[in-house]
Write a protein that binds this ligand. Structure first.
Ligand code: PLP
Length: 423
């Protein structure tokens, strides 16, 4: 453990007064969950809103509800995504089908998606990874003819906007995560938005059976949220980051997670969420603009109009190769720069899924696993951090035998941002 300024890979802020007032708010008689639901319905023009204990709980509920209304059992998901996604598919008793991902867009390889979508597919999950908006409309066009539902995984993209619409409003049904590392947080939490009366009815039937969380769960979440509020600061983050048993930033496959309704305390923490979300996403975009300029990332293919639209929960960069990634991550750990290697494997390589999914080549997803890192974009990123990041990303001080920009050809000579797909 090194005592030094350390950036977290992501950070969402909860105002202190909200945190302190939330427990008292429980006795005020105000129905915070109803307020939250109305606010969400207003902003996203959803047909119905459901509040849950986590994003994966929300996804599991969506999948169970869809499965209850259909004989189809196959769920197509991106081959590179958060391990919670296949966890939810398995928990719902459904079959995981992988579609490869394009490293340039982080969205589906659409030719492959087209070949996968048929009358046995229940739904396709379109994910806005790192806050970039995916081309949900294109996925929808492929799905419509086959009667396949499009579920939007907007876990990392609350508040993101594309020219087509807001993330979370483009599919038939969507979910957000309110986990610690997301755009907006209540410790843990999940939101479902439904845009179709038929889907709403199916989810309502499932939601009726979802229990309230036990009181100790609510209290633990509040305490964890309070600790996070303190330790997320760069001056203190070295402490939780150095405790391996906390497993910060790890992504796990597990199906024994609980499914509860969201409690009043979490809903109370989320008061004023809409303005706060916009503010934090504005700050993230401003950081990205500075990073692009000062790290010289825009030289090759800065598609700057993406700035005004994406939520940029993290800035993804494709490093030159596997060893360039490994050495950047190692240097970053040493100096606390907040660079994250992200998901350690393709979904296909998750050990618990062995024998459960059909193994196919997923070269795009594999390339992302080998080369992608993300850089923090939150409000704590300062000039001194950008200087650190620049040194790391340009290979300075690395023990790597070839300088990162050394022998590469011109267009491979620098790590570069994954571009947001623009429409
Ligand atoms: C975080 C995340 C989830 C799951 O959300 P939790 O609230 O952590 O359960 C699902 N999909 C993606 C892409 C995520 O990043």
């Amino acid at each position: 453990m090194r005592i030094q300024r350390t950036l977290s890979p992501t950070a969402a802020l909860i105002p202190l007064q909200h945190l302190l007032r939330a427990p008292l708010g429980l006795f005020s008689g105000v129905k915070y969950r109803n307020q939250l639901k109305e606010g969400l319905q207003d902003r996203f023009s959803a047909h119905a809103v459901f509040l849950l204990s986590s994003g994966k709980a929300a996804l599991t509920l969506i999948l169970k509800a869809l499965a209850a209304g259909s004989r189809r059992r196959r769920v197509v998901i991106p081959a590179y995504t958060c391990f919670s996604v296949p966890s939810a598919v398995v928990k719902a008793g459904l079959e995981v089908v992988l579609c490869d991902v394009d490293p340039e867009t982080l969205d589906f390889k659409f030719d492959e998606l087209k070949s996968l979508v048929d009358g046995d597919v229940l739904c396709v999950l379109s994910a806005h990874l790192f806050g970039f908006t995916a081309d949900v409309a294109r996925t929808k066009r492929l799905c419509r003819e086959q009667g396949v539902v499009v579920v939007e995984d907007a876990a990392q993209a609350m508040g993101a906007q594309s020219s087509v619409g807001q993330a979370g409003t483009m599919g038939d049904v969507a979910f957000f995560s309110l986990g610690r590392g997301k755009n907006l947080t209540s410790g843990t939490g999940g939101i479902i938005l439904s845009f179709s009366p038929a889907v709403t009815e199916l989810i309502e039937a499932e939601y009726r059976q979802v229990p309230e969380p036990p009181v100790h769960e609510t209290i633990c979440n509040w305490i964890e949220t309070a600790l996070m509020k303190v330790f997320i600061h760069p001056g203190l983050y070295w402490f939780p980051a150095g405790l391996p048993f906390l497993g910060l930033g790890e992504t796990k496959f597990y199906t024994d997670f609980p499914i509860f309704r969201m409690d009043e305390l979490r809903a109370c923490l989320l008061q004023g969420w809409s303005d706060r979300l916009d503010q934090m996403n504005r700050e993230r975009r401003a950081t990205v603009r500075r990073l692009m300029e000062e790290l010289g990332l825009g030289e090759r293919d800065a598609r700057t109009s993406a700035f005004s639209e994406s939520a940029y929960l993290r800035l993804p960069l494709l490093m030159r190769d596997r060893s360039a990634k490994a050495s950047a991550c190692k240097r970053s750990r040493e100096v606390g720069a907040g660079i994250s290697p992200n998901y350690p494997a393709t979904v296909q390589d998750i050990p618990q899924l062995a024998g459960r999914i059909t193994v196919r080549p997923v070269p795009g997803a594999q390339d992302i696993v080998e080369r992608l890192v993300t850089v923090p974009t939150h409000r704590f990123v300062e000039q001194q951090d950008i200087r650190k990041l620049d040194r790391i990303l340009s290979g300075e001080g690395s023990d790597h035998d070839v300088p990162l920009h050394g022998r590469a050809t011109a267009d491979q000579s620098r790590h570069r941002p994954c571009a947001a797909p623009l429409k």
